[in-house]
Design a binder for this molecule. Structure first.
Ligand code: C2O
Ligand code: CU
Ligand code: CU
Length: 458
């Protein structure tokens, strides 16, 4: 059981200035929650922010009632009840009846966590306002563990580091800069939205700190990496002082451990994706540095963070050849149906929108119905980069561009990075819970501009 108060605060992120934030519990990122597989957790959220909020546990296998549907609001104190949920679309969620003041600012979310251990994250999910809410600080980590994973002997304790990577832009006085905070992103007549592609920052934060330098032992470390950026893609590599690169030994994906480790020289990570990687700093001379670099960045945005190898140390950790044996091995022939979805730009409400199959999100429309326990193949087609995320289920990547999946597609995923012009196939089994769930692009601006749809599991 946890209690989290959502409140405004400010923090010194850049030296010498204070940045106003919206936070979970006064910190950015919010408090890291650690849970055991199969042991349900209830988180009570109290909303002291000036706006309604929605909490979603990304990657959680959660019943619809606690999954953070975009119109299932935790209202702030003295909020005016919306006239109706239907019809909010395009209104930026601000349509309200001035007479009906309600106070419903406390809300329990219950997570069964009956799922493979992994790094989840919780973040805001309010309709039309997810991107600015996350940008202002509403994001935190949630680790699920179990005994089998702990028995593997992977680096742990001080040598396991959750890393939430997120870019932000700041004004001179330290405030976060966002193009249209709290305004409808879609309806500015006549203006081609400069941020239609998504909002980027020029400061890279890791766990809320700009370009941190972390001291490490000359030993293996397990990095639990999350890209919590609204729109920025990274292609990470670990570069030594002499220009050599350190192997990134991937042990897990969005939805937990791989079957066996995969070694990468560089690792692309799209918004909302997680990678669980082991780096061996024993290969670095004491006193040396390892810079984590984004190959897709330029200038300041090329650097992410650095490790300084401070001392020799004993290391009894290991990376076993077999990491897990419980990965689902769905085959094409298991699928009872195949569906196709396009993720493309389009026009909506007279402005720019991002659409799935030509339609913007409508909370009152059921886009897809499936039966609990059905296995399906989904073919996803993109115009530009779209990290596509499914709620409730994990999936496996079957193909990309008609070819076998890439090395970083290994394991069980909940977000797939579709590349420009690409078609990819995923396979999943809709087991878990009945009810209404979402799938959407996790470029947070694309999501707010309509690229989201409803999946009804019956
Ligand atoms: Cu990270 Cu629909 O969420
Ligand atoms: Cu999610
Ligand atoms: Cu997108």
């Amino acid at each position: 059981r946890y209690e989290i108060t959502q409140r405004e605060t400010s923090a010194e992120i850049l030296p010498g200035v204070r940045t106003p934030l919206w936070t979970y519990e006064g910190t950015f990122p919010g408090p890291t929650i650690e849970s055991r597989r199969g042991r349900p957790v209830t988180v009570t959220h109290r909303n002291e922010l000036p706006v309604p909020t929605v909490v979603h546990l990304h990657g959680g296998r959660t019943p619809a009632s606690s999954d953070g549907y975009p119109t299932d609001l935790v209202l702030p104190e003295k909020w005016h009840e919306p006239v109706s949920m239907h019809g909010m679309h395009g209104m930026g969620g601000n349509m309200r009846d001035p007479r009906a003041v309600v106070t419903r600012r406390i809300r329990d979310y219950t997570f069964p966590l009956d799922q493979r251990p992994t790094l989840l994250w919780y973040h805001d999910h309010r309709m039309d306002f997810t991107a600015p809410a996350i940008w202002r600080g509403l994001a935190g980590l949630h680790l699920v563990r179990d005994a089998a994973e702990e028995a593997l002997g992977l680096p742990s304790g001080r040598r396991e580091l959750p890393l939430m990577i997120a870019d932000r832009a700041f004004t001179a006085d330290g405030s976060l800069r966002y193009p249209a905070l709290d305004r409808d992103l879609r309806t500015r007549p006549g203006v081609e939205e400069p941020y239609a592609a998504g909002v980027l920052g020029d400061v890279i934060l890791v766990n809320g700190a700009p370009w941190p330098v972390h001291e490490v032992d000359a030993a293996r470390y397990r990095l639990r990496v999350l890209n919590a950026s609204n729109a920025r893609h990274y292609d990470l590599e670990a570069v030594l002082d002499d220009g050599r690169r350190l192997d990134l030994v991937q042990v897990g994906a969005d939805q937990g451990l791989l079957a066996s480790p995969v070694v990468h020289r560089n690792l692309p990570i799209a918004p909302a994706e997680r990678y669980d990687v082991v780096l061996d700093f024993a290969r670095v001379p004491v006193g040396g540095r390892v810079r984590i670099v984004n190959r897709l960045g330029s200038g300041r945005t090329r650097d992410v963070m650095a490790f300084r190898v401070a001392r020799r140390a004993a290391d009894d950790s290991r990376v076993p050849r077999v990491l897990s044996r419980d990965l689902p091995s769905w085959r094409r022939s298991d699928a009872v149906r195949t569906r196709e979805f396009s993720f493309r730009a389009g026009r909506m409400d007279g402005g720019h929108g991002w659409l799935i199959d030509g339609r913007p999100f409508d909370p009152s429309r059921t886009d897809v119905t499936t039966r609990l326990g059905d296995t399906e193949v989904w073919r996803l087609v993109a115009d530009v980069h779209h990290p596509v995320h499914l709620h409730m289920v994990g999936f496996r990547v079957l193909s990309r561009g008609g070819r076998p999946p890439l090395p970083h597609d290994a394991g069980l995923k909940d977000t797939i990075s579709l590349r420009p012009g690409e078609a990819a196939e995923i396979i999943t089994r809709f087991d878990g819970y009945r009810g209404r769930f979402l799938f959407h692009c996790h470029n947070a601006e694309h999501e707010d501009m309509g690229m989201m749809a409803n999946l009804e599991v019956t």
